[in-house]
Write a protein that binds this ligand. Structure first.
Ligand code: RWZ
Length: 371
């Protein structure tokens, strides 16, 4: 109830070129160079953040990106990988640390080779922010180590929906928690958000689940599978059968069930956004969420998902950007639009047709209730 009352928007906007260039050291610039290098979508929203959080969030991003690169790299032997993942929080306190054992993507590799610039910048931010970042790094590293070790003994990837959501908790739910604690510490979000941890968890879950749904083909080609067996095994006997043209309908129904699971997070994401007081933080949180619902719509009942990368169009992305940088009302309009499109496309032949209708209807009702 308190969360709902807080829709007073203060427009904050300071173009990057007007910020005090001299205050930023060469080292800081190098960190922003790495932000651009390693992030497709987050660099833009991070660079527009309130000055108080600009560098801390950039550093937070680079640290987790470094961790993610280690986790992802299948060429690093487990006996090297696990100690790095589990001790990454300690690495942040080691000036000069770098890693050149990564050989998968050149851009990610370079960040780890020159990781010292992140460590130096981390040392300069407020201790309260450092504490939050270290805590999340520690818990995420431990979670990743657990899943890497597990994957070694378990060829089939994630089994249950519970395991799937737990994996998403480590790689994304924790990002939601870290960001929220930074916002509250900076006085830019309501402390009440910390008393409803399921809201920040859903923010991360919704983004991560959308990425997993969208990247199924790319992940399969890299020999990774994140769709839980509990879901795909209802449609096909072997995971690879999802990609056979004769299983087209089964594959589409499987992806629809994955999308249904993600849609269950939407209400909590919108409720979370109602707790953000400051415009640049609102944009930072809202843009990825609206991009995600548009991406789910682009994937829904689209067989291309099993053949190549599905993307939203430039035009759609532009419209979403404008609508996501104003207020909660316009953000809910974006959600309403894409939820309706998903609802319209749903197939009565789909075993989860009824559940999908209910989920879409609930989102619409929730939006009506918010205002
Ligand atoms: C946005 C401050 C790249 C940090 C974590 C992100 C890597 C696995 C990928 C740090 C949205 C996709 C980016 C869900 C959080 N973890 N999952 C800041 C980072 C979704 C972002 C990416 C996660 C993450």
């Amino acid at each position: 109830t308190e969360l709902r009352a807080i829709i007073q928007w203060k427009l904050y906007h300071l173009p990057v070129h007007e910020r005090d260039e001299k205050a930023e050291s060469e080292n800081t610039k190098k960190c922003f160079y790495f932000l651009d290098l390693t992030s497709r979508s987050f660099a833009a929203v991070i660079k527009e953040l309130h000055p108080e959080l600009l560098v801390p969030v950039c550093i937070f991003y680079l640290i987790l990106r470094g961790l993610d690169t280690i986790e992802d790299d299948m060429t690093i032997p487990l006996e090297t990988k696990l100690p790095i993942l589990k001790g990454f929080d300690k690495i942040l306190e080691q000036p000069g640390w770098s890693f050149d054992g990564n050989h998968e993507r050149e851009k990610d590799r370079q960040l780890l080779v020159e990781f010292d610039c992140v460590i130096q910048e981390y040392a300069k931010i407020k201790p309260a922010y450092q504490k939050i970042i270290t805590d999340i790094t520690k818990r995420m590293g431990d979670g990743m180590a657990y899943y890497c070790d597990n994957a070694e003994h378990n060829e089939n990837g994630v089994n249950t929906v519970e395991e799937y959501e737990k994996y998403c908790h480590y790689v994304a739910g924790l990002v939601g928690e870290g960001c929220t604690r930074l916002f509250v510490e900076a006085g830019l979000a309501l402390p009440a958000l910390l008393e409803r941890p399921e809201l920040m968890e859903s923010m991360g879950q919704f983004l991560q689940q959308t990425n997993i749904i969208r990247d199924i083909k790319e992940d399969y080609d890299d020999n990774r599978r994140f769709y839980p067996k509990q879901i795909w095994s209802q449609y096909v006997d072997e995971f690879e059968d999802l990609f056979k043209p004769e299983n087209r309908e089964k594959a589409l129904n499987c992806s629809a069930e994955m999308i249904l699971l993600a849609l269950h997070k939407v209400d909590e994401c919108l409720y979370y956004l109602a707790g953000i007081k400051e415009q640049s933080v609102f944009n930072f949180c809202a843009i990825p969420q609206t991009m995600a619902i548009a991406t789910l719509n682009a994937c829904f009942r689209n067989y291309a998902l099993f053949q190549r990368n599905v993307k939203i169009s430039k035009g759609e992305a532009c419209e979403i950007m404008t609508q996501s940088t104003q207020n909660l009302k316009l953000v809910t309009e974006v959600f309403k639009k894409y939820t309706r499109e998903i609802h319209k496309k749903s197939s009565p032949q789909d075993p989860h047709y009824l559940e999908i209708s209910i989920a879409c209807g609930k989102i619409e009702q929730f939006i009506e209730k918010l205002f």
